[in-house]
Design a protein around this ligand. Sequence first.
Ligand SMILES: [Zn+2]
Length: 263
Amino acid sequence: MRKIEEVDQTTEIKHVNDLWKKSNEASVIVDLKNGLSLQDIIDKQKIIKPLAEPNKMVCADGRCQHNEETFCLAGSGILLPDEDFKQIIKDHGNIKCLTSHDGCGAGKLAFENFKSQGGILPENVLTADEFAKWWTKSKALEYGLDYEHIGAEKFNDPNHHERGLLINSITFNPELIKGLPNVFVSDLASCSKDDNVAKEISILTSIAFSDHGFGSRIKEQEPFYIFICAKNKTDQSRLTKITEAAVSNYGTKVRIEGFFSPY
Ligand SMILES: [Zn+2]
C-alpha cells in the first residue's frame, strides 16, 4: 500500500499537469503559437483605461488576485533595499494598504538573506511566513498604512501555475487582457532602478522553473513567457535588454514578448 503522502503527491502532480494543459489552451498562448504578435493580440482587444487607481500593494505571485486596484511587487517589496521601498511608498500616495500572503517565495528568500546577514528577529518570528508578516506589518505601521494578510484559502489555486511574467512600466491591470494565462505580475519597472527590476525578473522566473512551479514542463516549444508592457519604444528596448540579461541562463525556454500600453 502506498503512503498517504505519496498519494497526495500524485494527486498534486496530476492537478498541476491539468493547470499546465489549461495554460496551453489560454487564447493568448494559442495565438502566440500561431504566430501572432502580442501587440496584434492586444490591439484587437481595444483595451480602455480603468477608472480605479491601484490602492493595495500585493505580491507578484500569480496565486494572489491582481486587478485594477493592486500594485504588484515580489513580496510586496520585501526584497528591495529600504531606501528604494520608501521612495515607492512616497511616490504612490494612492497606496493605502500593504499585504503579505501564505507561502511567499520572495518572503522566504528575504528571510534567508536577513538571517545570513545577522539580522535580529523578534522572538515570535521563526518561519519565513512569520517573517513576511512581520516585515509587511512593520512597514505598514512605519508609513501609516493598513495591513492585510492573504491566506491560502483566498488563492486562485493552492499551487503555483504561472505560465509567464507580466512586467509593467505603467501599472497595468492584467485582467484587461482576455485569454491571458495565469502569470506573475510586477509593476516594479514603473517605479524602480534597473538593478532591482533585473533581480525581480530573475527571482520570479526561478520560481516558475522550480519544483513549486511548472518546472520541467517548460520547454522550447512550450516556453515561459515574459510579457513586457512598455509606455514607449525607449522603455521597451530598456526592459527587453534587462530581461534578456536576467533570464539568459534559461535559453530558448523563455520567450520575451512586448507590447505598448494601450493607455
Ligand atoms: Zn509572494
